[in-house]
Design a protein around this ligand. Sequence first.
Ligand code: GRF
Length: 206
Amino acid sequence: MMKEKTRIAVLVSGGGTNLQALIDAQNRGELSHGEIVVVISSSRLAYALERAKTAGIPGHVVNLKKRGSQEAFEEGIEDLLKEYRVELIVLAGFMNILSPTFTSRWPNRILNIHPALIPSFCGKGYYGLKVHEAALQRGVKVTGATVHFVNEIPDGGEILLQKAVEILPDDTPEVLQRRVMEEAEWKLLPQATEMVAEAIAKEKEK
Ligand code: GRF
């Protein structure tokens, strides 16, 4: 009997290039144990929502400011996760904090892509371009990306996959960010998502 695909929600806030990498992997048949059933954005302006629409994936906005509190924000996300019977959450450029109350309800069921080799350049304040600025500032010769499970410690959960990326002498933060995305993030996130989706699908089989 065909295993039921693991139902995946992708949470976004911005450009959605990591979401696009997941959509492209799904279209290439590289996400065979999972299906992206919903995209949830913390901002109505996120281009990631356009990407979802083009791919025919339902998109919704849950905005912290509009919801008025962290609790109401997380309740809005949980309602959608229930509505779409989500089994696996992937944070792809998602810029909001999720509380320990939320993450503890999803043990080993939330993945995040961080644009550095954790434990370097991670934790509070390290996101987006700031991560690459810090790496260049420190003068490291190698950086990369990490996919990890999300728990109550920012960037603290179990590490699933990492990939190293070389820093070149005249790199700017923007050039470095693009290389880390192309050579690491956009490869690792689909790979890790399929790994966990397969494990969940197999679990359901038992
Ligand atoms: C980028 O800094 C990426 O490294 C990190 O989130 C930011 C936006 O990614 N994962 P995306 O283009 O919205 O996926």
